[in-house]
Design a protein around this ligand. Structure first.
Ligand code: AMP
Length: 215
């Protein structure tokens, strides 16, 4: 099963992708996570991507397409993958179609997480993740359960450098101009469904799980 989660920055794609990957035995493929790992490791791709990411712009299509092409062909993706943050342009979507076709696979579902843009800045600027297990938290909506500790026991948390108001505004501009055209692209293919991304995290998970059961 190949699933894509689409939605503006802060829509909750990462949170949902993590959960679905676990409950449906899929591999989560997040180009954002992979690029952040490349930046931390100081690889060539990381060096190329760092400034672009800090400006809230999109990394060139050929870079992210190559990353996904390499990753999706690996044995652990045989059962399926949930793509979070890819594709982000029509050119990436077309490259993904070709990639899947050449491997005899198909795209099962594209799930749009619709959110109210006014809420996004608040959502994004308060978020942080566990440095150990990657669980997502928020200053206002979801603090670590006990004594500032993650459920995995870790006490160290990370905030993304691009989760600040100025960069978020640029990321929203990039989303509207370059990623939103994917909605009609996938609607025409008959694979797009929209869920209410403003609902409680557990409610959104339920909406997505129901869709996947029906698929
Ligand atoms: P994300 O974690 O998905 O919000 O991605 C963080 C940043 O990584 C984005 O603002 C882009 O600069 C870059 N990025 C992630 N995925 C892509 C993609 N599919 N195409 C281009 N840039 C991407």
């Amino acid at each position: 099963m190949i699933i894509i989660l689409l939605g503006a920055p802060g829509a909750g794609k990462g949170t949902q992708a993590r959960q679905i990957a676990e409950t449906h035995n899929l591999v989560q493929l997040s180009t954002g996570d992979m690029l952040r790992a490349a930046v931390s490791a100081g690889t060539e791709i990381g060096k190329q991507a760092k400034d672009i990411m800090e400006r809230g712009e999109l990394v060139p299509d050929d870079v992210v397409v190559a990353i996904i092409a390499d990753r999706i062909g690996q044995p652990d993706c045989a059962n399926g993958a949930i793509l979070d943050g890819f594709p982000r342009t029509v050119a990436q979507a077309e490259a993904l179609d070709d990639m899947l076709e050449s491997k005899g696979r198909k795209l099962d579902k594209v799930i749009e997480m619709a959110v109210d843009e006014a809420a996004l800045i608040e959502r994004i600027s308060g978020r942080f993740t566990c440095a150990e297990c990657g669980e997502g938290y928020h200053d206002k909506f979801k603090l670590p359960a006990k004594d500032g500790k993650c459920h995995c026991g870790a006490t160290e948390f990370i905030r993304r450098p691009d989760d600040n108001e100025e960069t978020v505004r640029s990321r929203l501009v990039a989303y509207r101009s370059q990623t939103e055209p994917l909605l009609p692209y996938y609607r025409r293919k008959g694979v797009l469904t929209t869920v209410d991304g403003m609902a409680e995290i557990s409610q959104v998970s339920k909406q997505i799980a129901d869709l996947l059961e029906a698929a």
